[in-house]
Design a protein around this ligand. Structure first.
Ligand code: NI
Length: 171
């Protein structure tokens, strides 16, 4: 197991559309173990493969941040078959460190996908769980939560990034 580097905004890899997972087995299991380790290390409640530089349609999550491999949930090739209602709550992302904003999401979703072995899974969830599935699926389509916020808030984030970069640049 290994902790992988989490790419951060504005890394262009985070903007790519990921490819479907077609090969299940040992190397996918190893990637999933690394992603779980990386998620707990940060710590975060979810992590999508593109965040560690792997362009595949899968994500892991553990809303309890349990550190228990038996509690890691994995969804490969997710698709929403229902999205209804709306909820607004604060969101953050390991790829946008130090920044949070209110984001509007569907209140309830039904998602179909595959587990780590390629078996079909279906989730029918609401609240934070539904929010997490929408946030992580966005990553697979090259989207970040900051794409859902106002231009004003995004401007604040960009100014903050420029200041941070200026502080790091050699004199
Ligand atoms: Ni994220």
């Amino acid at each position: 197991m290994a902790i992988r580097k989490v790419l951060t905004y504005p890394d262009p890899f985070l903007r790519q559309v990921a490819e479907p997972v077609t090969r299940f087995g040992e190397s996918l299991d190893a990637l999933i173990r690394d992603m779980a380790e990386t998620m707990w290390d940060e710590p975060g409640i979810g992590l999508a493969a593109p965040q560690v530089g792997v362009g595949l349609r899968l994500f892991v999550y553990d809303m309890e941040v349990s550190g228990d491999p038996a509690k890691v949930r994995v969804v490969c090739n997710p698709e929403f078959t229902l999205m209804e209602g709306s909820q607004v709550d604060e969101e953050g992302c390991l790829s946008v460190p130090g920044f949070t904003a209110d984001v509007k999401r569907a209140a309830r979703v039904v998602m179909r996908g595959q587990d780590r072995a390629g078996k079909p899974v279906e989730l029918d969830v609401a609240g934070l769980h539904a929010r997490l599935l929408q946030h992580e699926t966005d990553h697979l389509d090259g989207k970040l939560f900051i794409d859902h916020i106002s231009a004003l808030k995004r401007g604040i984030l960009k100014r903050r990034l420029r200041k941070a970069q200026a502080a790091q640049a050699p004199a």
